[in-house]
Design a protein around this ligand. Structure first.
Ligand code: MN
Length: 203
């Protein structure tokens, strides 16, 4: 089931325990490229797409509550980018978070293929398309191809988390993973302060 909304989710849309989240933007530069779409997927596989209109970000009160709610884990793939644009756009701190890319890097040290497409293929045996990745997400009416692609980006994150958690436990890296997810919350703050996190810890 895929639902499409504008500027916010309805107040009666409730997520238990966890929600898979992705965003589509005009580009990859937080302060330059605006947020266009927020994709959410519940644990039972319902997808909710929220199209964000320019200058209407103040309308997203229910999204703000969801993204900062301590009892709901927000699952991303490459959380660093998504939480940066969400924190900046909505003036919030998204937490708590889980990143399937970081989990994959900690659990699957036998490979350097940690993109969503590769991860879905190897861990879940699912083929996802990445064709609409670079398209105009700011347009007034998104195409069916865009909506399908956008839904695909959140549809498998719960399944990935479940498989990756098993691997992390098996390899004794769950504790490190959880600490990494907490540290990830700091990256948007460093970015907005123009502090390079890589450089910060160098000699
Ligand atoms: Mn995406």
């Amino acid at each position: 089931m895929v639902n499409l909304y504008r500027n916010d989710i309805p107040s009666d849309l409730v997520f238990q325990n966890s929600v898979a989240v992705d965003t589509e933007t005009m580009g990859l530069v937080t302060k330059r490229d605006r947020l266009c779409l927020v994709q959410l997927c519940s644990e039972n596989g319902d997808v909710h797409l929220v199209q964000m209109q320019k200058n209407m970000y103040h309308m997203a009160e229910n999204l703000r509550i969801l993204f900062t709610k301590e009892s709901v884990l927000k699952i991303f793939h490459f959380a660093r980018f998504d939480i940066s644009i969400l924190n900046y756009t909505f003036d919030i701190h998204v937490a708590p978070i889980y990143c399937t890319k970081v989990a994959s890097k900690l659990a699957r040290t036998y490979t350097d293929r940690h993109g969503l497409k590769n991860l879905c293929k190897e861990v879940l045996d699912v083929d996802i398309s990445k064709q609409e990745q670079s398209s105009d997400w700011g347009r007034e009416q998104l195409s069916n191809e865009q909506l399908k692609y956008a839904a695909g980006d959140v549809l498998y994150l719960h399944g990935l988390r479940s498989k990756l958690d098993k691997m992390l436990i098996r390899e004794g890296r769950m504790d490190i993973a959880q600490k990494c997810f907490r540290i990830l919350e700091l990256f948007p703050d460093l970015e907005l302060a123009n502090i390079d996190p890589e450089e910060l810890f160098l000699h």
